[in-house]
Structures are given as C-alpha cells and as structure tokens.
Design a protein around this ligand. Structure first.
Ligand code: NDP
Length: 293
C-alpha cells in the first residue's frame, strides 16, 4: 500500500508556485492577490480560511481576509462581491462556505465573476469543465487530479466510483474522471443517498472517491483488493486528548481499508491540503490571465 501524502505534495506544488511568483516579480509583473470572504464565525471555516491566507504568505501572494458578521444581509454580501469583482488589485477570491441560512449560496456563487472564481464553483466554469475547455477547475477535484498525476496513478479504462454528488466535490470529480484526458478516461459511476446497491458498486471500483461527510462510513468490505481510495470527507470529532479539543476523521475507515488498498489518502493530510494548493494554482492562473489580457 502506498500512502498518498497530500501534505507533502501540497508543499511541493506551493514551492513551484513560489518560484513562479518570484519570476513574475523579477519581470516587474503584479504579485497575485487572493481575497477570502468569511461570513460569521464558524470554527471550521475560520480554520480553513486561515490556512488559505497562510498558504498565500508561503508562496509570496498578497492576500486579503474580508470578515463580515453573520447578520449581514444577502444584498450587502452581493454588493461586497460586486466590489471585489471590480477591484483590479484582486485577481481571485473565494466566499467560504457554508453561509448563514438567510443567504442563498447559489446566488452568491453566481455573483462571483467567472474570471475571478478561483474556487471553480461558477456555472460557467463548471460548464467549461464538462466540455473539457480551459477553465478554473473546482479546487478539491483539481487537488485529487494532481494527486493522481504526481503519484503516476493510471486512470484510463478504470472503473471509478464516486460516493456523493455535491456541486463542489462529487458531481465535478465524476465529470472530470470521465473526460478524455489524463487524469480521466475512467468509466464513472456516480452514487448518492438514493443509490440502492452502494456496497456492490463500491466493491467493483478500481478507483473509489468518497465524499459524503459520514465518518468512517466506508469499511473494508466496501473495497476491492488493490483499489485506489481517495477520502475527501472531513468530520470533526470532540477529543479532549488533543490540544485543539477535536480530531479530524475521514469517510473511510482508514486502518482496515489501508490493508486492501494499493493507494490511499489519509485524513488529515490527504485531499485537504491539495484543495489549498489548487486554490493557489487557480489564483496564479487568474493573475497570469490578467497579465496576458
Ligand atoms: P454534501 O453534504 O454537500 O454532499 C454529500 C453527498 O453524499 C450527497 O450527494 C449525498 O447524497 C451523499 N450521501 C449522503 N449519505 C449517503 C449515503 N448513505 N450513501 C450514499 N451517498 C450518501 O457534502 P460535500 O461534498 O460538501 O462534502 C463531503 C465531505 O467532504 C464532508 O465531510 C466535507 O467536510 C468534506 N470536504 C472536504 C474538502 C477537502 O478539501 N478535503 C472540501 C469539501 C468537502 P444526496 O445528494 O442524495 O443527498
């Protein structure tokens, strides 16, 4: 079994980005600038946004953290987004999800300019992904593709089963794995909560990508011998023995599945850090597109 080290791979990607930033700066070009909008004070969201800002510093990007109260109205948030869309200093920005219940996340996603949509959630970008056209790739699926690439994992002709069909992970990765590309060219089965024979389907997977948000749901009996297992899930479990008071658990029961898998991502330290690396890659691309324009 080979452990796919997302933390190490993410740092390698970040080092490559840092080199490119230095090169751009040497040529007198603009330093890429990512803004992150955080509404409210959800603990997990604060942790994620802080990690993104820290990664920007690491690669030499400018970053701005826009903190807004959870009492902000939808209209005020949309106005803020419009300002970021029109701010020439900002190359790309994200609005951290989830949002408070009174704000419609679809409206927010669609309000972000597709040219600055470095999370890759805008329908225009998702549509381009489906048509295999150049675009910002959704950050988490893009992170998974980079892991396949950097670990030289063959995907062509493989049966890839995706568990979960969210707009940000399951649905886009299922499209990307079926595209005529590398990584891609897999035969894809997309499963969800209404799938009747989930276990049987998972047992047929050469590549199993799990994003349902249920801790340790996938046990060894779901997994074929030598399958590649990608665990996207992150659940916080209270744990008083940890300094932070919690620990992170994936959707896959790691210890028993690892014994069967040929490759497997851990949680933490698997897909999570790659999501950040992808965000930075998309921001660099956004900045370079502007330079070109
Ligand atoms: P969502 O809650 O949006 O979607 C969950 C999906 O899982 C839904 O499609 C749902 O089906 C499906 N599902 C739920 N229960 C079952 C079941 N018993 N059998 C089969 N399918 C089921 O989740 P996200 O995609 O946003 O996130 C999934 C997990 O990934 C979470 O733990 C999240 O924290 C983590 N995550 C990690 C990221 C990273 O960077 N590592 C980034 C984003 C998310 P249905 O559509 O029918 O309801």
């Amino acid at each position: 079994m080979i452990l796919i080290d997302g933390k190490k791979t993410s740092l390698e990607v970040q080092d490559e980005i840092a080199e490119e930033v230095k090169y751009l700066q040497g040529k007198g070009k603009k330093t890429p600038h990512l803004a992150a909008v955080l509404v409210g004070s959800n603990g997990a969201s604060i942790t994620y946004v802080n990690a993104k800002v820290k990664a920007c510093e690491r690669v030499g990007f400018e970053s701005s953290l826009v903190r807004l109260p959870d009492t902000i109205s939808e209209e005020e948030l949309l106005n803020k987004i419009s300002k970021l869309n029109n701010d020439p200093e900002i190359d790309g920005f994200i609005v951290q999800l989830p949002l408070p219940d009174h704000i419609n996340p679809k409206k927010v996603t669609q309000a972000i300019s597709p040219n600055k949509d470095v999370d890759g959630f805008h329908p225009e970008n998702i549509g381009k992904v489906a048509l295999n056209l150049p675009s910002f790739l959704p950050a988490t699926p893009y992170g998974i593709l980079q892991l396949f690439e950097r670990y030289n994992i063959e995907t062509a002709g493989k049966h890839c089963v995706v568990v979960g069909r969210s707009n940000i992970v399951g649905a886009p990765i299922s499209i990307m794995m079926g595209r005529n590309a590398y990584p891609g060219n897999s035969t894809v089965t997309l499963t969800h909560s209404r799938t009747n024979n989930l276990k049987e389907l998972c047992q047929q997977a050469d590549i199993l990508i799990v994003a349902l948000g249920k801790q340790e749901f996938i046990t060894a009996d779901y997994v074929k011998e030598d399958a590649v297992v990608i665990d996207v899930g992150i659940t916080r479990i209270n744990d008083k023995t940890k300094k932070k008071g919690y620990r992170l658990v994936g959707d896959v029961k790691f210890d028993e599945v690892a014994e069967k898998a040929s490759f497997i991502t851990p949680v933490p330290g698997g897909v999570g850090p790659m999501t950040i690396a992808s965000l930075l890659k998309n921001t660099l691309l956004a900045s370079k597109n502007k330079i070109k324009g």
